[in-house]
Every structure is written in structure tokens, then in C-alpha cells.
Design a protein around this ligand. Structure first.
Ligand code: AMP
Ligand code: GLY
Length: 423
């Protein structure tokens, strides 16, 4: 098979690394990719939302499977674009169609879906500028802290949690009236604050059956002890130690099954990954959000724990016979730590030379914001690379990761030294 992966992060490098191991793979392309994918596949310098350019490459390179990494092209309808094109319609796309991608594209849509299918989630109401006063009144009925969510995609920045009622009202005004997040905050979801510990569950579905992939926990804040600004993710651990069989059973019955059944009932075509962000409140799972893709850096710990020929698994998704696949997992723990550019998630510099790759032992280096420049690997983003290791437990795995990080270097390199601190 000739596979095209869309995206350029650690998630896409990990998928490329995994698919590269398949005897069924003929040629592998990543668009636009990074320095890591360039070493194992052919990068195509086109954007993930440039559907016409993607079409040209898909046809000229005789692509037989497309794997979509990030949410944007899915929410923009890349899967529908393929299905509606005579020349592309027989190329399977891993990722939901536009209607189902609304699970991530609209928080209100996701909340309505959960309520309709009795999937446990925080109580909520949604508001627009036309009922701002009702929004204020709803906030008056809630206890602190207040959770405000821009309805649309806001590059991971659309959720604001505030302690103070007046600040929450001012924020609501800023989102709805001043369009703080542009069109993404035309509608705002206000919801009950859930107090608990978070984890993510990944599901792969072909629209009929499904497989539950390994669980993961990511660390979103820039600072140690989960402080400071939100990032795309600073590290991850899989499996999640507190997700024992009893709790996973609850997640399965109360969340995963009704989600997949709900997609069918609502006629939402879905062939791809479902990323369920959960919070454990007492002993009960509650859904915080759906994403219609794999997480990053969660992928860097989830995918290495899958032993199957993953191309075979994705092919089964395309052919709607996922039920015939038995998932085989590595029962060791995988951890990953993100190396980021100094200053990230605020302003940072690019183009710093990265050294030390050859000295890394017994860890996997997945590139994210990297680029090849004049034969050297240089930084090209905030999140630069993820260092993944295995161990009998997360402490052992982390020790290896941190030992290898000592050998890697670029100017102003930063990373969290406390991944797993809360477990
Ligand atoms: P999201 O962009 O939906 O993933 O939200 C970002 C983060 O906000 C989540 O990872 C949670 O840490 C937090 N969060 C979202 N909704 C709630 C809630 N209802 N209660 C508590 N924390 C929340
Ligand atoms: N690590 C969080 C995400 O991929 O959304």
C-alpha cells in the first residue's frame, strides 16, 4: 500500500514510524511532515488544508490510504472531499466525515450528543450575544470555579476557568461580544466544574465495531506541578495507573459503547480515532470533551504499545472489518517527555541546531517542530520532539527518558522534569 499521512507533529512521526514496520507498506508520504518523517518517508511540502494539492499528490503518488493526523482538515471536510470526488472516492480516509467531526468542531454539538445518548458529562447551558443576560444569570446559579468554553476550534485556547464570578461575567462578555476567539466564540458553553483526575481513552472505529486502544494521561501545563499556561502537551504516560479494570469497565459501558452506538443512531459516518477526554469524579467517569483524532503527545505512548501490524488495522477500518482484528498490546508502561523551545507556549525562537541524536540509547525520539536545514536538524516549532521509553512501571520508563534527554541539546531547550508527579 502507498500511504499518505497528513500532519507534521510528533503524532504523525509516530504513526509514520509504526506504519513503516508493516510488510504491507510500499511507499510512505507525510504532508508536510518534519525532519523525523523525512528520514523514514517522503515529505510533501503542502498544507493539511490544501485539499486540491492533496488530491494532486494522492493521484500522482498512487496513494491507497490516507491517515489524517490533526482535526482541522477533518472539521473542514477532507473525508467528504475524497468521497465526493470521482477519482478519489475509492481511497480510504482514516478520520470521520465533516458531520461527525463536529464532535470536536463544536462543543455545543458534543454536549447535545452526550445528553441525547445519556453519556455522563458536566451540566451545561450555551449562550450567544443575544442572550448574554441569561448567561450572567446562569453564572449566578453556579458555584466557583466557572468553566467557559468557546464553541468552535480555538487552537486549544478556548477553555477558560475562573475563580471569581465577576471575572467570569467579564470573560463571557469578552468571548460573546468582543469576539475574543473570533467566530469560535459566537456561542459559549458554560458548564459545571468537575473536580477529579483526568485521563484520555482512545477508540478506533470503522463505523460498525470498535477497538479500545491504550489509555493515556497527558500533562498540558508548561510548568511543574501543573502550573502556568496551557500547551499542546508536555508529556504523557500509558497506561494510566488508576484506570483499573473496574473503572475501565464503567468507561466502556457508560461512555465508549453509547458513543459508538450514538454515532450510528445519529447517522454520523465515522471511520477513525475517537479521543475521549475524561475526568474521574469519585469513582465515576465524566466526559470533558471529544476529539476526532489521536492526541499529541498521547500518540507517542499509545501507538508504541500496540503490537499489531498497524497498517493492517487501518486497512480493516477502511474495509469495515475491524471486528476481525485482535488487538495485541505491550503491557509495559510507556512514557514520553516533550522537549520544547524556551519561551513556548508564548514567543520563542526557531532554527536552533539540535545535537545528540546518535547518543540516545533505548528510547525513541519522535520529532515534532523540527526541520532539515543545510543537512542539520533544527528547531521549527514550540514543541520540538518527544522522547519515549518503556519500563515495567512509569518511574522506570521515565528514568530512561530523562537519561536520554541529558544527551540531547539545543539552545534554550526546556522540558518538564515532573511528568507523572500526581500518580
Ligand atoms: P478542553 O479544551 O475541553 O480539553 O478543556 C481544557 C481543559 O480544561 C481540560 O483538559 C480540563 O483540564 C479543563 N476542563 C474542561 N472542562 C472542565 C470542567 N467541566 N471541569 C473541570 N475542568 C474542566
Ligand atoms: N494532548 C492533547 C491533544 O492532543 O489535544
Amino acid at each position: 500500500m502507498n500511504v499518505l499521512i497528513l500532519g507534521s507533529g510528533g503524532r504523525e512521526h509516530t504513526l509514520a514510524w509504526k506504519l513503516k514496520q508493516s510488510p504491507k507498506l510500499n511507499r510512505l508520504f507525510v504532508a508536510p511532515g518534519n525532519a523525523g518523517t523525512a528520514a523514514i518517508a517522503q515529505n510533501i511540502p503542502i498544507g493539511v488544508n490544501d485539499f486540491e494539492a492533496i488530491k494532486k499528490s494522492a493521484l500522482s503518488e498512487n496513494i491507497t490510504l490516507v491517515v489524517v493526523g490533526p482535526e482541522d482538515p477533518l472539521v473542514n471536510g477532507i473525508h467528504d472531499f475524497f468521497l465526493n470526488d470521482n477519482e478519489l472516492r475509492n481511497i480510504p480516509v482514516i478520520g470521520p466525515q465533516k458531520a461527525a467531526a463536529q464532535l470536536e468542531g463544536s462543543k455545543e454539538f458534543a454536549k447535545e450528543f452526550m445528553i441525547r445518548h445519556s453519556i455522563p458529562t458536566a451540566a451545561y447551558q450555551s449562550f450567544t450575544a443575544s442572550n448574554l443576560e441569561e448567561g450572567y444569570a446562569f453564572l449566578d446559579t453556579l458555584n466557583s470555579p466557572y468553566v467557559l468554553k468557546a464553541d468552535g476550534l480555538a487552537a486549544g485556547k478556548g477553555v477558560v476557568i475562573l475563580q471569581d464570578l465577576d471575572e467570569a461575567k467579564a470573560e463571557l462578555h469578552s468571548m460573546l461580544v468582543d469576539e475574543k476567539f473570533g467566530g469560535a466564540s459566537t456561542t459559549v458553553v458554560i458548564e459545571e466544574f468537575l473536580d477529579g483526575i483526568e485521563l484520555s481513552v482512545f477508540v478506533l472505529t470503522d463505523g460498525k465495531g470498535y477497538k479500545v486502544l491504550p489509555t493515556a494521561k497527558d500533562y498540558k501545563r508548561i510548568g511543574e506541578g501543573d502550573t502556568g499556561l496551557n500547551t499542546g502537551g508536555m508529556g504523557a504516560i500509558s497506561p494510566v495507573p488508576f484506570a483499573d479494570n473496574t473503572f475501565m469497565g464503567r468507561i466502556h459501558e457508560q461512555v465508549v459503547k453509547p458513543t459508538v452506538e450514538g454515532l450510528k443512531k445519529d447517522n454520523l459516518p465515522y471511520k477513525g480515532f475517537i479521543f475521549i477526554g475524561l475526568i474521574k469524579v469519585g469513582d465515576e467517569p465524566k466526559v470533558i470533551e471529544y476529539n476526532v483524532r489521536l492526541g499529541d503527545p498521547e500518540t507517542e505512548v499509545v501507538i508504541p504499545r500496540i503490537k499489531n501490524d498497524f497498517l493492517e488495522v487501518l486497512q480493516a477500518v477502511g474495509q469495515e472489518n475491524l471486528d476481525e482484528i485482535a488487538l495485541e498490546l505491550d503491557y509495559r508502561t510507556a512514557t514520553t517527555v516533550m522537549l520544547v523551545s524556551g519561551g513556548y507556549p508564548e514567543a520563542y525562537e526557531k532554527g536552533k541546531v539540535i545535537s545528540g541524536f546518535d547518543e540516545v540509547q533505548d528510547s525513541l525520539v519522535f520529532h515534532a517542530g523540527t526541520q532539515l536545514k543545510e543537512g542539520k536538524v533544527v528547531t521549527n516549532g514550540g514543541r520540538v520532539m518527544a522522547i519515549t521509553s518503556f519500563g515495567d512501571d512509569f518511574e522506570q520508563a521515565l528514568k530512561k527518558t530523562y537519561q536520554n534527554i541529558e544527551k540531547l541539546h539545543f539552545e534554550k531547550m526546556n522540558y518538564r522534569k515532573d511528568i507523572g508527579f500526581d500518580l
